[in-house]
Design a binder for this molecule. Structure first.
Ligand SMILES: Cc1ncc(COP(=O)(O)O)c(C=O)c1O
Length: 380
C-alpha cells in the first residue's frame, strides 16, 4: 500500500480537445498551434543540418542553466528589433516554451495563500501551475480594453502576483489599452505587485502596442518561439528582473528541460534572419483569418461573440448549448473547438467555447462556422 497522498492534477480542456482533433478533423478550431503553411520547414532543415555539422555531439550535450549564451544574446536582439523591449542578454533565461517558464515562475513566486490576480477568463493551461502551488487565484474582469485595472486596484490591497496576457488575449482576443497598461504598471509599483506578462502573440500582429515590459523593467516578461517557428521546438524565454534572475537560473537545474539541440537550432534560425522572412506573411495571414472568423460569426451566429477580438488566434463565443456535449457530436462532423467554461475563475458558462484560427485553413473558416451554427441549431 503506497503511503503517499498525491495532489490533485486535472486534465486541461485544451489537451482533451487537442486529442479529439488528431483524427481526421477538417474544421480544427481547437488548436493553438501555428498555421502549418507558415512554419519555415526548409529553413529549419538547413539550420538543423548546420547545427549537427558545426557542433557535432556538442549539440546533444546537457544544457547549461539559463540557456545557451548565443541564443540569449539573439533573443535580446529580437526583443529590441521586433518588440521594442530593451533587455540585457544576462536577464534573458531560456526555457522549454512559455508554459515551462510560467511553471518555474509559479514555483518561485507562489506559496499557499499568495494571491494571484488573473484575467477572468484566462488561459487554463498557464493558470494551472499557479493553482497547483496553492495560490489564491482572484479573477479580474476582462473588457474589450483588457483587464479591468479599476477592479484590480480594489482587489489588490495585499500584494501578490498579477498574471496577465495583455495583448491578443487567450481566450478572448482582446488587447489592453495604452491607458490600462500605464495604470497597471503604476499600480504594481505602488502596491509592490509582481507582474508576469505572458506574450506569445504580439509578434504576430502589426497593430499591437509594445509589451508592458517596454514600460517597466520590473515586469517579468515571458516570450516564446512556438507561434512563429513551431511549438515542438519547446523554446521560450523569460526576461527576469535582477532580484529573480539567479533563482530562476538555479531552479532550472531541477529539470534540465531546455533542449540543447533545439536551442542551437533556434539560435541559427535567428541568425539566419528567418524571423523577418516569415513575419510579414504570418501577420497578414492571421489578421485575415481572424477577420474571416469574426465575419462568419456575425453572419451565421449573430450575438455569439463575447468580446471584440483584435489580434492573435482566439475568439470566445457562447453557443447557447452545453459546449462539452456538443463537442462530442461536432467531432463526428469533423469539427473541434475548446469548451471554455474552465477558462473562467469561478463557475464559467457551460456554453462557452474558444475558437482558434491557428491551424484551420482560411478557406475553411466560413464553412466551419456554418457547420457549427447548424450543429447548435440541431441541439434545440
Ligand atoms: C497565453 C499563452 N501562454 C502560453 C502558451 C504556451 O506556449 P508555449 O508553447 O511556448 O509553451 C500559450 C499557447 O497557446 C498561450 O496561448
Amino acid at each position: 500500500m503506497v503511503k503517499v497522498r498525491l495532489p490533485r492534477v486535472e486534465w486541461s480542456p485544451v489537451e482533451l480537445a487537442s486529442r479529439l482533433s488528431r483524427r481526421g478533423i477538417r474544421f480544427n478550431f481547437a488548436s493553438g498551434s501555428p498555421d502549418p503553411g507558415l512554419v519555415p520547414l526548409s529553413r529549419i532543415r538547413e539550420a538543423v543540418e548546420h547545427v549537427l555539422s558545426e557542433y557535432g555531439t556538442g549539440a546533444l550535450a546537457y544544457p547549461g542553466a539559463g540557456g545557451f549564451k548565443g541564443l540569449r544574446v539573439e533573443v535580446a536582439r529580437y526583443l529590441r528589433d521586433y518588440l521594442g523591449v530593451s533587455a540585457d542578454w544576462r536577464d534573458v533565461i531560456i526555457t522549454s516554451g512559455a508554459q515551462h517558464a510560467i511553471k518555474l515562475l509559479a514555483q518561485l513566486l507562489v506559496r499557499r495563500g499568495v494571491r494571484v490576480y488573473v484575467e477572468d477568463p484566462t488561459f487554463y493551461e498557464t493558470l494551472a501551475p499557479f493553482r497547483f502551488q496553492g495560490g489564491r487565484v482572484v479573477g479580474i474582469r476582462v473588457t474589450n480594453n483588457g483587464m479591468d485595472i479599476g477592479q484590480l486596484a480594489k482587489a489588490a490591497d495585499e500584494g501578490g502576483v498579477v498574471y496577465t496576457i495583455p495583448s491578443c488575449h487567450n481566450p478572448t482576443g482582446v488587447s489592453m489599452s495604452e491607458e490600462s497598461r500605464r495604470e497597471l504598471v503604476k499600480l504594481a509599483e505602488e502596491r509592490g505587485l509582481v507582474v508576469v506578462e505572458d506574450d506569445p502573440y504580439t509578434i504576430l500582429s502589426s497593430n499591437v502596442l509594445r509589451p508592458l515590459r517596454a514600460l517597466s523593467s520590473s515586469v517579468i516578461y515571458v516570450g516564446t518561439f512556438s507561434k512563429l517557428l513551431g511549438p515542438g521546438f519547446r523554446v521560450g524565454f523569460v526576461v527576469a528582473p535582477g532580484w529573480l534572475r539567479g533563482s530562476l537560473e538555479r531552479l532550472e537545474q531541477h529539470d534540465f528541460s531546455t533542449s540543447t539541440l533545439t536551442q542551437l537550432v533556434v539560435y541559427e534560425l535567428l541568425r539566419m534572419g528567418v524571423i523577418s522572412e516569415v513575419l510579414d506573411k504570418a501577420r497578414s495571414t492571421y489578421k485575415s483569418k481572424l477577420s474571416r472568423l469574426i465575419e462568419a460569426l456575425n453572419n451565421y451566429m449573430p450575438g455569439s461573440l463575447q468580446f471584440n477580438p483584435s489580434c492573435g488566434f482566439y475568439a470566445l463565443v457562447r453557443l447557447g448549448v452545453n459546449a462539452e456535449r456538443l463537442l462530442r457530436t461536432a467531432v463526428k462532423f469533423g469539427l473541434t473547438y475548446v469548451p471554455a467554461s474552465r477558462f473562467f475563475i469561478g463557475k464559467g458558462p457551460v456554453d462557452s467555447a474558444r475558437l482558434s484560427i491557428g491551424v484551420i485553413k482560411a478557406e475553411d473558416i466560413e464553412n466551419g462556422v456554418k457547420l457549427l451554427s447548424r450543429l447548435v441549431k440541431d441541439q434545440y
